[in-house]
Design a protein around this ligand. Structure first.
Ligand code: ADP
Ligand code: MG
Length: 311
């Protein structure tokens, strides 16, 4: 059994015995900025029409002609009601993600950064285990850090749920960039009313979405994004490892993988098989999700950072 599979077992045992901590926001407060990070360059992001679309500033367009001016207004009240992390506010879920993000940020921008550590893929063995919920909350948590800018990529083209969680109409995105070389990444990025958060939607439905995400174009795209946005954290919400081959390809190109395990849900065999498949990424952490604590609802609670897989 790998080091990480053992750690998962340990987490599962510990999670079952942990005290109750429901992920419900409990009001405004301060935010952490403990992790060293670089000073990012001004953003050149943006995207596609949406229900809450607005136009960006003319100055920016003049300064960066290929920068699209798409922007969505995220409904913070709704997000708060949903129990998501709200940047700049303290809550129990924000506290959980503060712990989870720390090793990821250290690997990205700490004194001893890992190669492409700013590219973080969030995945799990199967659907419904909390990948999207985790990816969105990680992104929201990370923008609270001073000098950290985040690009959230909806990399699950078959079941793109980032727009559902954040409630916006997405339009074009990743599949369009991958299938049409005339579409530039900057044309489809979406800025948000959360200053340092931009989103790359999954894109138009495509009959060969799986193939696209596992293609050499996807590899080239990740290479491009790594070179272009060195200064920001790029979080990829991804399909389940055991459902398609896309995560395998993505795992080859990112610096870090956050593997979500659903407490009392993800089976041991599924975890081991997923970790074997993801073994190409040397920096893999495990997030235990939906740990039920006494009578309370779900909770994120543990993060195990694996410095490498022994296979
Ligand atoms: N920690 C959590 N607390 C509350 N609800 C959660 C949690 N994790 C996931 N969920 C819910 O479980 C469902 C599946 O989560 P989702 O992130 O969409 O899974 P996946 O992306 O792995 O398919 C969603 O309704 C989501 O809101
Ligand atoms: Mg999902």
């Amino acid at each position: 059994m790998s080091i990480i599979a053992k750690a998962v077992e340990q987490l599962l045992q510990q999670g079952a015995a942990a005290p109750a901590k429901p992920p419900v926001p409990d009001g405004p407060g301060s935010q952490a900025s403990a992790v060293p990070s670089p000073r990012p360059q001004p953003s050149r992001l943006d995207p596609q029409p949406s229900r809450r679309e607005e136009q960006g500033g003319a100055d920016e367009a003049a300064a960066a002609p290929r920068t699209s001016r798409l922007r969505v207004e995220l409904d913070l009240d709704r997000m708060r009601r949903m129990g998501l992390v709200i940047p700049g506010e303290t809550s129990l879920i924000a506290e959980e993600f503060r712990v989870i993000k720390r090793p990821l940020l250290l690997n990205a921008f700490g004194p001893d950064p890992v190669e492409r550590g700013n590219l973080v893929m969030v995945t799990s063995a199967r659907p419904g285990e909390g990948k999207t919920f985790t990816a969105v909350n990680l992104a929201l948590s990370m923008v609270s850090e001073q000098d950290v800018t985040v690009l959230l990529v909806d990399g699950d083209a078959i079941n793109p749920t980032v727009p559902k969680v954040l409630d916006f109409n997405a339009g074009r995105g990743l599949t369009d960039v991958l299938s049409d070389s005339r579409i530039d990444l900057a044309d489809v990025l979406i800025r948000t009313n959360i200053d340092k958060l931009s989103i790359l939607p999954a894109g138009s439905p495509h009959p060969l979405a799986n193939e696209l995400l596992a293609s050499s174009r996807m590899s080239a795209f990740v290479d491009e994004i790594a070179a272009r946005y060195k200064d920001r954290i790029i979080i990829f919400d991804s399909p389940p490892v055991l459902a398609t081959t896309d995560p395998t390809v993505l795992a080859l190109h990112v610096g870090q993988v956050a593997f979500v395990v659903e407490a009392e849900g993800t089976g041991k065999a599924a975890i081991e098989e997923s970790l074997r498949i993801l073994g190409s990424c040397p920096h893999l952490g495990v997030i235990l999700n939906k740990a039920r604590r006494s009578t309370q609802p779900y909770d994120y609670s543990r993060y195990y950072y694996g410095p490498g897989l022994s296979r």
